[in-house]
Write a protein that binds this ligand. Structure first.
Ligand code: NAP
Length: 232
């Protein structure tokens, strides 16, 4: 495939490296300096591109998506912290008959963890002697908190147990690629379910798989739908 990569940070670089290892062509890498308001994402630059992969910042992603969708490029984004804008972007995708796949987390392991967390929450529902809470740890450079994955995790837990709030504690320090823990704690015991990302390559591999899957599938998709189909 011929790919455009928008964002040349930690994730953009990991995606570009893996894409080339897998025999894809990296047609363009678009960084911040030339791309204020998505200005670099012109039809000329994007001609011949099969899919774009976008990993930037919460304050940049929406303009990038608008430009990519307007240009008719199937787009995968992993940028977090913009979910309030999703309905508007979804309307644009529909109007343009475009294709967008978004995910706060492109790790397959995380999505299996989310399902296991849902099952765990169902087991602990109706047991008020246990406190249920979430801890997430990411490297010092991550700008949004709580993480997009922690927000999804809380929503999934509350599907199984709406009576709990599942408060989230965020740590931004060091170099962790991403750790999420659901804990149930009571006087006599603690139960915890943990997902630890060991490197960014797992996220990059998921984003690339999404870019391979998306062309030809109009509409807005998430990674869970791609992984599990109708089995939500
Ligand atoms: N979905 C997942 O699996 C997953 C996994 C990891 C991270 N993430 C999310 O992905 C995003 C990026 O993470 P990261 O670790 O790669 O962050 P990062 O290292 O800070 O990289 C973001 C890059 O985007 C650039 N940028 C800012 N505005 C831009 C624009 N208008 N056009 C093009 N590039 C622009 C930044 O440039 P400057 O440095 O010059 O500002 C920076 O190089 C974050 O939202 C993070 O939470 C998602």
């Amino acid at each position: 495939m011929r790919l455009a990569i928008v964002g040349n940070g930690r994730m953009g670089r990991a995606v570009a490296e893996l894409a080339e290892e897998r025999g894809h062509v990296v047609h363009a890498v678009v960084g911040r300096q030339e791309n204020a308001g998505g200005a670099a994402l012109t039809p000329e630059l994007l001609a011949g591109v099969d899919a774009a992969i976008e990993f930037t910042r919460p304050d940049a992603v929406v303009a990038n998506l608008e430009r990519l969708i307007e240009a008719g490029v199937p787009t995968v984004t992993g940028t977090t912290g913009w979910s309030s804008e999703l309905p508007r972007i979804a309307r644009l995708v529909e109007a343009r008959r475009g294709a967008l796949l978004h995910a706060a987390n492109f790790s397959v392991g995380v999505h299996l963890f989310l399902r296991a967390a849902r099952d765990l929450a169902a087991r602990f529902a109706g047991r008020p002697e246990f406190d249920g809470f979430i801890l997430e740890e990411h490297h010092a450079g991550k700008v949004d908190a709580p993480s997009g994955t922690a927000v999804v995790l809380r929503a999934q837990l509350r599907r199984s147990d709406p009576a709990r709030e599942f408060p989230i504690t965020s740590i931004r320090a060091g170099a962790f690629p991403g750790t999420h823990v659901v804990t149930y704690d009571a006087t006599h015991d603690t139960v915890a379910l943990t997902h630890v990302a060991r490197s960014r390559r797992g996220f990059a591999a998921g984003a690339l798989a999404a870019a391979e899957w998306l062309p030809g599938r109009a509409g807005v998709h998430d990674f869970e739908a791609m992984l599990f189909g109708g089995d939500q």
